[in-house]
Design a protein around this ligand. Structure first.
Ligand SMILES: Nc1ncnc2c1ncn2[C@@H]1O[C@H](COP(=O)(O)OP(=O)(O)OP(=O)(O)O)[C@@H](O)[C@H]1O
Length: 271
């Protein structure tokens, strides 16, 4: 007799799943609750932007996803994805050339020495810096240094066993205000660049920013966190076609709606 099997309701696969994640720093009376039961699913290949008041726990959340720290409660599942983190400061080694910085990242991923030079060159080409391999970081502009930092983040997701380049749906790129220190024009160019790389490589991106228009320019979805302790207060899908212009009226209109909600949230907590 064939028995009917009722499948348990299953949630669709997420590239990153946070389930009731809390994070407290310190213990006892001095402890500080940075995140309070944050639940968030990021779909494979999705570009999700995180917004919130200063100190609401955005960087803490990225650090937890990157496994640099442990949550105090709840669970985080990245399903064995290769995860790389990129910051506002490029944090390149100043004594190494651009290629040297990338080769070191590839070495850390176990890429054999004989392959590193060619793989570094491919990565540099992908961020349009093919001609700058032998430069040192101080010889580059801020925007170029962030391109190198992006190439290095991709290098840190290279798969040494398959020889597969950094990227693919098994790759999660965590970006913590990566363009916050750049001028508006450079930032616009890098928005185009990260969008292109995200699309062509099929990356899953979790992007933290203070800039609401930047979040609407780039995100499939904008997730708004409350003031500390950070909780998800609202999510805004971004329906506009890509590529979007940061100064497009629809981008400005949605950014204004989100800013109003953010102000309300910050006001409520007296931050
Ligand atoms: N290692 C730590 N020890 C103690 N407190 C910490 C630590 N790291 C972060 N915090 C605190 O946790 C809270 C959240 O910090 P976090 O840096 O995650 O916020 P954020 O939203 O990224 O801030 P910003 O937008 O200003 O960059 C802050 O109050 C911060 O002071």
């Amino acid at each position: 007799m064939t028995q009917a099997v009722t499948a348990a309701p299953s949630r669709t696969a997420a590239a990153v799943r946070l389930d009731g994640v809390s994070k407290a720093f310190g213990t006892g009376g001095d402890s500080l609750l940075a995140l309070d039961r944050v639940s968030l699913d990021v779909a494979p290949g999705e570009f999700t932007c995180l917004l919130g008041a200063s100190g609401c726990g955005k960087s803490t959340l990225l650090n937890l996803v990157a496994d640099l720290d442990r949550p105090s409660g709840g669970t985080i599942d990245t399903g064995g994805a290769r995860v790389a983190l990129m910051f506002q400061e490029p944090a390149l080694f100043p004594w190494l050339t651009v290629t040297g910085n990338l080769e070191l990242a590839l070495k850390m991923r176990g890429v054999p020495r004989a392959e590193r030079r060619a793989r570094a060159a491919e990565l540099l080409d992908s961020v349009h810096l093919g001609g700058f391999a032998k430069k040192r970081p101080h010889q580059l502009s801020g925007g170029m240094r962030q391109r190198v930092a992006l190439a290095r983040a991709l290098a840190l997701t290279e798969d040494e066993s398959t020889g597969e380049g950094g990227g693919g749906q098994g790759t999660v790129l965590l970006m913590d205000e990566p363009f916050g220190a750049l001028d508006a024009m450079t930032r616009d160019l890098l928005h185009d660049e990260i969008e292109r790389i995200w699309r062509t490589r099929g990356l899953t991106v979790l992007f933290v920013t203070h800039n609401v228009r930047e979040a609407v320019r780039l995100g499939d979805r904008v997730v708004l966190l409350s003031s500390r302790p950070g909780r998800v207060v609202q999510e805004f899908p971004v329906p506009m076609d890509r590529p979007r212009r940061i100064d497009a009226p629809e981008v400005a209109a949605l950014a204004a709606t989100i800013t109003d909600r953010l102000r309300e949230e910050v006001g409520r907590h007296g931050a």
